[in-house]
Design a protein around this ligand. Structure first.
Ligand code: FAD
Length: 622
């Protein structure tokens, strides 16, 4: 069966029940599809192919194999679908395979595997002149499916991953207003692991990127972008110094604080894929501390009442001891009355890490009938420069996995109570895979997954005031009755240093991020799963129930937040009032930038700036 026949078949059978009504019923199309008489001719495509040095490719759809072949090939594909590097290498796949009742990944017709801004400009001009639906994909991690579109032309930046370090970078045109500073230029297709390898492992510096190693730099920075240590360094977008962008008119422009400053501002958190195609980004490089710290443990409460008390104590303890720029990452409030702490610190030695947590651990230990620790308590530090050093982790895993105090000396400080219980990375084991092709085990569950429900909410720091803490704790308990509430402390900037706050203020992100102590996330899904794959179909009934639980969980929290805001890149596909939720008071200014640089709406993404003017599939102007 060929790709088109397959898509038609699954479109008729498997896909329709999980897509919202009306998505496939658009009439009066404006942008052209392959079935239209005015679809570009073979000769026209050939001209585009020549213009991009032969890098125009028909897009395969690897999920096809499941319906055509049983046995080994299918088994291999399902294994590959758990490998984010394999997925990233496929122009026809995305890291999230779909979202129940919303979207399921579908390949473009053709992709320009761009090598530089000129290839991108050729593709942009071709799409504009031929009225085509354009899709842009870097790391392919959009939860909302904004980097795939059927019947489209894809600009695929995967191979644009050149990296150049600068000791004294000055943005173009800013020679008289800005001091030279250390920076790194990243090709738009770079993923964060490649950036961390160059900047931290090799050069001993720090660049603010994402927690997940396989997320793309352009997608993350354009949505604002948080990593494990954002509470100290601020938003990834806050460190952007300059971007090279191809706008809808096919012009290759420089955007920075002095040249095209309005476009520059919009690129800093205004959402990927809406203003142009970024070809490279130059971001500030920061100093690296000696060590990063780790606090990992799980506490089980023996009763609901004990759990409520535990949450209250944790909220109070967080406020007093952790609400600062040292501590990021997560605490999970689980439905099974377990509090799971996986937090990371910046700028604290091992003694400070331990003493920061001691009061809380002592409180828990005083009530052995009410609380027990599951597995180990891990408190310690490790050399910051080795954080993303895959070879270092490989060499030291034996000692880490099989603790022997003597072997550990020099690796972790003596304050470590216990060692990491298991290796922390998964690897790309394909033959010829790069040595740094690794991803945190904590992100593995989201590779190739099919989302059932996903929502997020910034929690204002006012909830940490003494008279509000009980309200917050009660709401966390109530919401945890439906679904795990993940508190991502590094994704709210309250408590960050003034410089990080100032840089974030000068971005397009919802200002709610500035006053939030954490981003709360509730999500559920399954994977790998895709409609039409035998034995791996999305579970419609179970998924809808899960989506309802996610919704109720977040409603319980929303009830205590006067003006709810959500992080555009990690939020609900069905977000109500998304303009305000994602961008707050910045939306009108973003809409103006959109009108200026893309008046015809060539760039369309679901719930992106200006998308109100288009049908849900981005084909029809409303
Ligand atoms: C497993 C996982 C972990 C994540 N972890 C984090 C995290 O730790 N911190 C965080 O902040 N976010 C995180 N995210 C969210 C992630 O940052 C966003 O989804 C981000 O937009 C992904 O960028 P990408 O290039 O990988 O994805 P893509 O899907 O390729 O792109 C995302 C959007 O940006 C657009 N885009 C991509 N490249 C370009 C370009 N060159 N020019 C213009 N537009 C472009 C696309 O069209 C799309 O709309 C995570 C997502 C996943 C799936």
């Amino acid at each position: 069966m060929n790709r088109r026949a397959f898509l038609k078949a699954i479109g008729g059978a498997a896909l329709i029940p999980i897509l919202p009504h009306g998505l496939s019923a658009a009439t009066n199309l404006r942008r052209r599809r392959p079935s239209d008489a005015a679809w570009p001719s073979e000769a026209a495509w050939k001209r585009l192919g020549d213009a991009v040095g032969g890098n125009l490719i028909p897009v395969d759809f690897p999920l096809l194999i499941e319906t055509d072949q049983a046995g080994a090939a299918a088994t291999r594909l399902l294994k590959d679908l758990k490998n984010p590097y394999y997925i990233g290498d496929q122009p026809g796949l995305t890291q999230t395979l779909g979202w129940l009742d919303a979207w399921a990944t579908q390949p473009s017709v053709y992709a320009v595997a761009a090598r530089n801004a000129h290839d991108i400009a050729a593709a942009v001009n071709f799409a504009r002149e031929n009225n085509l639906r354009l899709a842009v994909k870097g790391g392919g991690h959009s939860y909302q499916g904004t980097s795939n579109a059927p019947d489209s032309l894809l600009i695929w930046t995967r191979h644009m991953n050149d990296i150049a370090m600068h000791t004294a970078f000055v943005p173009q045109g800013c020679e008289h207003t800005q001091q030279p500073q250390p920076a790194v230029t990243l090709g738009a297709g770079t993923i964060w692991m490649q950036a961390y390898d160059a900047v931290t492992t090799k050069a001993g510096k720090y660049v603010q990127g994402g927690g997940c190693t396989t997320v793309g730099v352009a997608g993350l920075i354009q949505s604002g972008g948080f990593g494990s240590f954002s509470k100290h360094y601020g938003l990834a977008a806050g460190s952007l110094l300059e971007a090279e962008v191809v706008t809808a008119d096919g012009q290759i422009r420089v955007a920075n604080a002095c040249t095209n400053p309005d476009l520059f501002w919009a690129l800093k958190g205004g959402g990927g894929g809406s203003y142009g195609v970024v070809s490279k980004l130059t971001v500030r490089v920061h100093d690296l501390p000696e060590v990063f710290g780790i606090a990992n443990f799980t506490i089980k409460a023996a009763s609901d009442d004990a759990y409520r008390r535990l949450i209250r104590e944790f909220v109070s303890f967080y406020t007093e001891h952790l609400f600062n720029d040292h501590w990021g990452e997560q605490a999970h409030v689980n439905p099974d009355n377990k509090l799971v702490v996986s937090m990371l610190s910046h700028g604290l030695d091992a003694g400070q890490v331990k003493s920061a947590w001691q009061p809380f651990l002592d409180w828990v230990k005083r009530s052995p009938d009410a609380y027990s620790f599951e597995e180990h308590v891990t408190l310690g530090t490790m050399p910051a420069r080795r954080w993303w050093d895959v070879q270092w982790w490989k060499e030291h895993w034996p000692e880490l996995a099989f603790p022997d105090r003597n072997a550990l000396s020099g690796l972790f400080d003596k304050a470590l109570e216990h060692v990491l219980p298991q290796p922390v990375f998964d690897f790309d084991n394909r033959s010829g895979a790069g040595p740094n092709n690794a991803w945190w085990k904590g992100d593995a569950g989201q590779v190739g997954w099919f989302i059932w429900g996903f929502e997020s909410l910034w929690l204002p720091a006012s909830l940490l005031e003494p008279d509000a803490q009980e309200r917050l704790a009660d709401a966390l308990y109530a919401s945890s009755r439906y679904q795990t509430v993940e508190l991502h402390f590094n994704k709210g900037l309250a408590g960050a240093p003034p410089e990080a706050i100032a840089r974030a203020k000068d971005t397009a992100m919802n200002p709610a991020v500035l006053g939030a102590f954490a981003l709360a996330i509730a999500a559920d899904g399954q994977g790998p799963a895709y409609p039409g794959i035998r034995g791996h179909e999305p579970s419609v009934g179970e998924g809808r129930k899960a989506a309802e639980r996610v919704g109720r969980c977040m409603s319980a929290l929303r009830a205590i937040v006067p003006s709810p805001g959500s992080y555009v890149s990690e939020s609900n596909y069905f977000e109500q009032g998304w303009q305000k939720s994602y961008w707050g008071s910045n939306y009108p200014r973003l809409a103006e930038v959109k009108r200026k640089y893309d008046p015809e709406g060539l760039f369309f993404v679901h719930n992106g700036v200006g998308s109100e003017q288009w049908s849900a599939d981005g084909f029809t102007k409303i």
